[in-house]
Write a protein that binds this ligand. Structure first.
Ligand SMILES: Nc1nc2c(ncn2[C@@H]2O[C@H](COP(=O)(O)OP(=O)(O)O)[C@@H](O)[C@H]2O)c(=O)[nH]1
Ligand SMILES: [Mg+2]
Length: 363
């Protein structure tokens, strides 16, 4: 077997029906160019790994990385890239939405000196409409792309693409820093290294998914917006803190709704209603943080209840500290706005930092 010129990384979750036909299409498209295919499966229940291994038994250029106990597109892409044998690596959906016939053209761009070649749905000759089964998703993608472009500085027309090729050197550099649990690894790479990389674009037509389902749901979208805002601050504010703050904001509404319902609706004493409001807000914050902010470390069963108790405890300490700090600041300069805001901000940062470690043990 010849040493591969290109490693094709296919992150896959429940793609058992797509692997074999895609590997065939890739072989047709690559022709004489020696290549290898690495499927990175996060232990899919549909046995994507088994399908890949059976295929690998017949085709030695195919390999499977099966990850157990981990989920996440960016992390899967990084592991695939790090296992590559070729000097050039491409990331591609395993669902045949990306056009494999563009691979040789993309490889030529790398040979001509590009560090990163992006399969773009938004450049002339590219198209994205067919690939999105709903109008709202096409629109959502357009809006996110505009925002992402604004943040990355317009290095590319399609920073949200999941189809891109890069030199292994670039991949090695990126692996050190990019977020392992996002969905949009390209955006992460471009926003960090955009001005040091030679970037080229190759248009492609985004196809409709035939088999299986899209994994990009509500959760992924919310997480992505967290990442966008985080990048907007130059990475100063972590993505998870953004999500945590967003959840905190919803907690405010839960608190007020409970307070009003109990106090006006059920004639409960103000102090008791206020206390119940705080409890309701902490509970809903915990549940939301557990399934959105810390989806990758979601607590279940007994650990859910223990987590909830630690969450109450930390938030209570945070609230006490909030009041005492705000009080001292208020005595210092008499500004209600400043003292109140500083106390609340300190409270949020404290709760975030401590529950991250204590409740979700996310180090
Ligand atoms: N290994 C792994 N692959 C994933 C994960 N989430 C999505 N994928 C794969 O990443 C590719 C893009 O995901 P897809 O659901 O098609 O997103 P969409 O094209 O934006 O709808 C597909 O090949 C998925 O199977 C994951 O958590 N782990
Ligand atoms: Mg897809």
């Amino acid at each position: 077997m010849q040493a591969p010129e290109l490693t094709i990384v296919l992150p896959a979750f429940n793609e058992s029906k797509n692997i074999e036909p895609l590997v065939g299409k890739i072989a047709d498209a690559m022709g004489q160019i020696a290549h290898e295919v690495i499927v990175v499966d996060d232990n899919s229940p549909d046995d994507t790994t088994g399908v890949t291994r059976r295929l690998a038994a017949k085709h030695p250029h195919v390999r499977c990385i099966r990850r157990v106990g981990r989920r996440g597109l960016s992390g899967a892409c990084i592991e695939g890239m790090m296992a590559a044998n070729a000097p050039v690596v491409v990331i591609m959906d395993a669902d045949m939405q990306h056009d494999e016939t563009r691979l040789p053209t993309m490889l030529d761009e790398i040979k001509n000196g590009a560090d990163l070649v992006i399969g773009s749905r938004y450049v002339d000759g590219g198209d994205h409409k067919a690939g999105f089964n709903q109008k709202t998703r096409a629109k959502g993608s357009e809006i996110a792309t505009t925002m992402a472009n604004y943040i990355t500085g317009h290095y590319t027309s399609d920073p949200m693409s999941g189809f891109f090729m890069l030199t292994r050197q670039t991949a090695d550099k990126a692996a050190e820093t990019v977020s392992k649990d996002g969905f949009k690894i390209l955006f992460d790479i471009v926003s960090r290294y955009g001005d040091t990389l030679k970037i080229k674009e190759v248009p492609f037509q985004f196809r409709e998914r035939v088999e299986g389902e899209s994994k990009l749901g509500f959760l992924v979208t919310i997480q992505f917006f967290g990442l966008l805002v985080s990048r907007f601050t130059g990475g100063l504010i972590p993505m998870r803190f953004m999500l945590y703050a967003l959840v905190g904001f919803t907690g405010l509404f839960v608190h007020m709704a409970t307070l009003f319902a109990l106090h006006y609706g059920a004639n409960v004493d103000f102090a008791v209603a206020q206390f119940a409001g705080a409890f309701a807000a902490m509970t809903s914050n915990f549940i939301l943080n557990n399934s959105v902010t810390y989806a990758h470390r979601k607590l279940k069963g007994n650990r859910f209840w223990i987590g909830l108790l630690t969450f109450y405890a930390v938030c209570s300490v945070g609230a006490l500290a909030n009041v005492s700090i705000a009080q001292s600041l208020f005595e210092l300069n008499q500004s209600t706005l400043f003292a109140g805001f500083a106390g609340a901000l300190m409270n949020a940062v404290f709760n975030y930092a401590v529950t991250k470690l204590v409740t979700w043990r996310d180090t």
